[in-house]
Design a protein around this ligand. Structure first.
Ligand code: KIV
Length: 271
């Protein structure tokens, strides 16, 4: 809140100030209006409309199938709800790799059609031309290194990345390239904590981790995982803050029982 009680929107500039004063950044995903409103009102700093929507919302096995139009639908729904958090929308697989003109068009569509604040994309050196071209249009870009789910078919597994020196060196180099290009922040996914801390210390931009240890500048989790809505997914880095699946099933079970027993609706619940 500002002095007048007005909500002060989180900006990329505010995130770098947070890093400077050592204040950790709290980021969560959201994909729809109702959840985004709750997450924003709770005070999260950054809302990521992640391409994890492909898994969580659409039930796909990977993030690869989700389309640009679908990401725009999710992004616009979230932006309509958010008053304070910075909203970042993922560029989905196949919309920015290999062709910087296409990358720019995809990012422009996201910014125009969702009114989000920034885009995120996966990769370092391989996508640096795309990153630079998007940035040249004044669109803030968040990088994403380490485990990159859009490259699952190259990696073969979702295990911890950059344990070996060569991969760790490439990650550090990619992180430098993304910072030099002008990215405002970087996500590091599922890498050794030591490496996460090293990158966060070296870079001036905020480094936000998911399974990258406590030495980074902020944390991100998938909302449905931390709320315990998704049940099958239990990586070590995930802390569950609720067991919503049990509560939802319990409430739905009570509703079914009330309908069947004709307890619902009662006299006060009808016209
Ligand atoms: O799509 C997503 O949810 C993400 C986070 C895991 C960082 O990229």
């Amino acid at each position: 809140m500002s002095v007048q009680g007005e909500i002060r929107k989180v900006t990329t500039h505010r995130l770098s100030e947070m890093k400077l004063r050592g204040e950790k950044i709290a980021m969560l995903t959201a994909y729809d209006y109702s959840m985004a409103q709750l997450v924003d009102e709770a005070g999260v700093d950054v809302i990521l409309v992640g391409d994890s929507a492909s898994n969580v919302m659409a039930g796909h096995a990977t993030t690869l199938p989700i389309t640009l139009n679908e990401m725009i639908y999710h992004g616009a729904s979230v932006v309509r709800a958010v008053k304070r958090a910075l909203v970042v929308v993922d560029l989905p697989f196949g919309t920015y790799q290999g062709n910087s003109r296409e990358a720019l068009n995809s990012a422009i569509r996201i910014m125009k059609e969702t009114a989000a604040d920034a885009v995120k994309l996966e990769g370092g050196e391989e996508v640096i031309k795309s990153v630079k071209r998007i940035l040249s249009a004044g669109i803030p870009v968040m990088g994403h290194l380490g485990l990159m789910p859009q490259s699952i078919h190259k990696f073969g597994t979702y295990t911890v990345r950059a344990k070996e020196e060569a991969e760790a060196e490439k990650l550090i180099n990619d992180a430098r390239l993304l910072e030099e290009a002008g990215c405002f922040a970087l996500v590091l996914e599922k890498i050794p904590a030591r490496l996460g801390e090293e990158v966060a210390k070296e870079l001036k931009i905020p480094v936000i981790g998911i399974g990258a240890g406590s030495g980074v500048d902020g944390q991100v989790l998938v909302l449905h995982d931390m709320l315990g809505i998704t049940q099958q997914f239990s990586p070590r880095f995930l802390r569950r803050y609720h067991n919503l699946a049990v509560e939802v099933k319990g409430a739905v079970g009570n509703y079914i029982a009330d309908v069947k027993s004709e307890d619902f609706p009662n006299e006060k619940e009808q016209y």
